[in-house]
Design a protein around this ligand. Structure first.
Ligand SMILES: C[S@@+](CC[C@H](N)C(=O)[O-])C[C@H]1O[C@@H](n2cnc3c(N)ncnc32)[C@H](O)[C@@H]1O
Length: 191
């Protein structure tokens, strides 16, 4: 009998799938993504350590990829997507789910060791404010793990590594898939 974290036991679609959920997962979760993103969700989440915050968790597609010893908090602006993430969490792991705006994180300065954000930068109206908040809630030397995909704003505002650099992070590992259309990045908050 497979355990709750095994592929067979894992529900691809939770019970309360809605139109909004489907739209979110089509962009960020169903079989085409396995071809496009390959192992990017595992790549990102397996690097999380200690107290971790996932920003814009959506329907919780990353939850099963975190190591067991990570103390995970995850937030999203959308209550409906959060309740789907809550269903996923029931079969995957303990997580504190919070409804909040990524541009105004309701956490004290320096309260996380890791911040994770996947496929959501394109959704943020004020990416500078979100990155500044991520920087604030990370402890010195804390790590930001970012998965991003190509978007028209890269042309205007620069690629993710440039944005991170501008926001005060020090990017130190970058992997590109599909000729750079998908990027996964690891950056550190300086002391
Ligand atoms: C394309 S989905 C990605 C979800 C998830 N990170 C993933 O990889 O499957 C983008 C998410 O960003 C969330 N979002 C957009 N703006 C936000 C904000 N200002 N604060 C928090 N979440 C936000 C949306 O509600 C949505 O869940």
């Amino acid at each position: 009998m497979p355990g709750p974290r095994s592929g067979r036991h894992w529900p691809g679609r939770p019970r309360s799938a809605t139109g909004k959920h489907r739209r979110c997962d089509v962009r960020a979760g169903l079989p085409p993504e396995r071809l496009i993103l390959r192992n990017s969700r595992q790549w990102i989440c397996s690097r999380a350590t200690g107290r971790a915050l996932e920003v814009a968790v959506g329907t919780g597609l990353n939850l099963r990829h975190y190591p067991d010893d990570v103390a995970l908090t995850a937030l999203d602006l959308d209550q409906e997507l959060l309740s789907i993430a809550r269903e996923r969490a029931e079969v995957s792991r303990q997580v504190s789910l919070v409804r909040a705006d990524a541009a105004h994180l309701p956490f004290p300065t320096g309260s996380f060791d890791t911040v994770v954000c996947t496929l959501a930068m394109c959704e943020f109206r004020d990416r500078g404010a979100v990155l500044a908040e991520m920087n604030r809630v990370l402890r010195p030397q804390g790590r930001l793990l970012l998965l991003d995909h190509a978007q028209w704003r890269w042309i205007l505002h620069g690629r993710p590594a440039t944005l991170l650099f501008d926001a005060g992070f020090v990017p130190y590992r970058q992997e590109r898939l599909w000729f750079g259309l998908i990027q996964r990045l690891e950056a550190r908050r300086p002391t």
